[in-house]
Unconditional design. Sequence first.
Length: 414
Amino acid sequence: MADAFIIDTCRTPRGIGKIGKGSLAHIHPHKLAATVLKALAERNNLNTEDVNDIIWGCNKQSGKQSADLGRMAALEAGYSVLASGVTLDRFCGSGITAVSLAAAQVMSGMEDLVIGGGTEMMSYTGSLKESENAYPLFDSGNLSLREKHPQSNQGVCADAIATIEGIDRDSLDKLAVVSQQRADRAIKENRFAGSLIPVLNDDGSVALDREEFPRPGTSTESLAGLNSVFSQWHGATVDETGDTFGGLIEKVYPQLKQWNHVHHAGNSSGVVDGAAAVLLASKDYVEENGLTPRARIVATANVGDCPTLMLNAPVPAAKKVLAKANLNKEDIDVWEINEAFAVVAEKFIRDLDLDREKVNINGGAMALGHPIAATGSILIGTALDELERSGGRYGLITMCAGGGMAPAMIIERI
């Protein structure tokens, strides 16, 4: 199988994902995605006629984020009309999946130059009417699937996992503080500078050129004063059936009697806007066009797990992709596990018995935010930047996704 080389990665800063508060909230999703596509073309002197496809992730494909965002963003970015585009949805895993499929096109020999990436404007999707923004699995018209595989609110799932695993709030709050501290260090040391692309307004002024979400003053004491968020959701009814979010999980896990509600705004991922892209090329295209690869895709994998607990697939995904790459955990220099909720990262570290100094070295989504379908592509770039900074060789990137799934990828720095 041919190699798929990573030529470049770039991303926008993450803006607070609330209208009236976030600096990107007024930007159209097409333009946010176009920002990174345009940067890839300019930074690498691309002839965009050569771009065979743009595979783009977007979770909430509604309204402004619908109608094949990948293709529309390419046109907005001034790409040749010959550069086609497609948009996919694997919930939070969309960004990794988009890059994995782009790599597969190159590795199979079908294409030579492909871009994978993703966009999520949470400020926009959060403003949609409830009927437009509803999670289909909570639809009373979908009771057959609900009976087969009850699926709850993700935060309630996170609390259920913490309860089952016996992971206490203090451990999760400590991890959240570490995330903030590492993100603050990374920002102060300009560790993100090589990938960060400013977002401009239509008049050319800067809309946002820095991370907007981090709270570097966070401490375990300040987090201790925050109320649990998902205890309120536990007993809330899903719809007219009378099912509750906690009750959906208890149908499958009846042993859950005394819940430990440990997640709150400080140890859960931040609601933000963002976009990211990864440029991949074949060996032939690299040699013919004088490009300099930064990394290669070693292996990719996808795993499904229990859809009721929803968030537990990253561990088996990591094991699967390590096996496919014929590597051991000791070979991995940089681990990026998305901090959707603190328990996801904490359980990942404990189950795989990882060196904490190698995991989310520059902070994670609890500090920087999680722009759903863009996050996976962001993490690939973050891992590569850190491998280059530290001189490491292998990076493993994975994350939980709705429906009980996890994509995973291993890259090798060149």
